[in-house]
Design a protein around this ligand. Structure first.
Ligand code: UTP
Length: 288
């Protein structure tokens, strides 16, 4: 079955980015000239997704505003003759068929995904976490869809981390199935380095079979008093095979200030309008 639905969970508190995220959703922080979540929607569309479900929570209505038409702004831009900007603003609203669902209380990533059950229905779907950014060609999810088609099971993105960093990620125990493809044997959320089953961490792109919803319904509150997706996946693993795809490329954790800063530099240098000036500026900065 072709995968056409994408879930983007954007209902979390963004505590690692306080105070910037006190009133502004983390997903709306800018990377060069676009908010993070717009890159993710564009990536989902480039991966073949036709319907996008964004999970928000209270105080995050600006995300919805960003993807809606703004007729007042459009008419101002029209009057000023700013036609390039007008086209850019209109393009955002036409990017994809996007719907929003509100998570009443942000009780974890697992709960955010569970909230989309009715909208996703009984079909496999893709999940994109908006604070994990990947620089891969083709887009990471497109590569993971190939693995899904071949192995016919859920696929999660994997990345090797330093031993001391295992406590920040879901970590898997796995055996190699093919080049960069691993069959998952077990997984654990944020283990201490001495308890981690490997150095393979789960990152924010998933292809999930619909059985994940039943697994998440049976998942008790885990680390941090939240419903953890990793715990739900560990339950799903008892019924069906799950595969991991070790990505090749660059990963930025844009959910924390240093990660967003690194991504901003990398993207800024390649930006069609600002790239050349930014490069000159950085050269001067390093010279001085
Ligand atoms: P994170 O753990 O990175 O986001 O979850 P967070 O909770 O907002 O951030 P910190 O740890 O407090 O800084 C990954 C994604 O899952 C969403 C977040 O919005 C983020 O995009 N999420 C998390 C939800 O949608 N609901 C939740 O209850 C928790």
């Amino acid at each position: 079955m072709e995968i056409r639905k994408a879930v983007i969970p954007a209902g979390g508190w963004g505590t690692r980015f306080l105070p910037a995220t006190k009133a502004l959703p983390k997903e709306m922080l800018p990377l060069a000239d676009k908010p993070l979540i717009q890159y993710i929607v564009e990536e989902a569309v480039a991966s073949g997704m036709e319907q996008i479900i964004i999970v928000t929570s209270s105080g995050k209505s600006v995300i919805e505003d960003h993807f809606n038409r703004n007729f007042e702004l459009e008419s101002v831009l029209q009057q000023k003759g700013e036609l390039e900007l007008l086209g850019e603003v209109q393009r955002i609203a036409a990017l994809a068929n996007i719907c929003f669902i509100s998570q009443q209380e942000p009780l974890g990533l697992g709960q955010a995904i569970l909230a989309t059950r009715e909208l996703v229905g009984d079909e496999p779907f893709a999940v994109f976490l908006p604070d994990d950014l990947f620089d891969t060609e083709p887009p990471l999810t497109k590569q993971m869809l190939e693995v899904y088609r071949r192995y016919k099971g859920s696929v999660i993105a994997l990345w090797r981390v330093a031993k001391e960093d295992t406590k920040r990620y879901g970590i898997v125990k796995a055996e190699q199935a093919a080049e960069r493809v691993h069959r998952i044997l077990d997984m654990v959320e944020k283990p201490a380095p001495e308890e981690a089953p490997s150095d393979l961490a789960i990152l924010g792109r998933y292809i999930l079979t619909p059985e994940i919803f039943e697994a998440l319904r049976g998942t008790p509150l885990g680390k941090g008093g939240e419903i953890q997706l990793t715990d739900g996946l560990a339950l799903l693993l008892k019924q069906q095979a799950i595969y991991g795809y070790e990505l090749e490329g660059t990963y930025y954790d844009a959910g924390k200030p240093l990660g967003l800063l690194k991504a901003s530099v990398a993207l800024g240098l390649r930006h069609p309008r600002m790239g050349a000036d930014f490069r000159e500026y950085l050269k001067k900065l390093t010279r001085d």
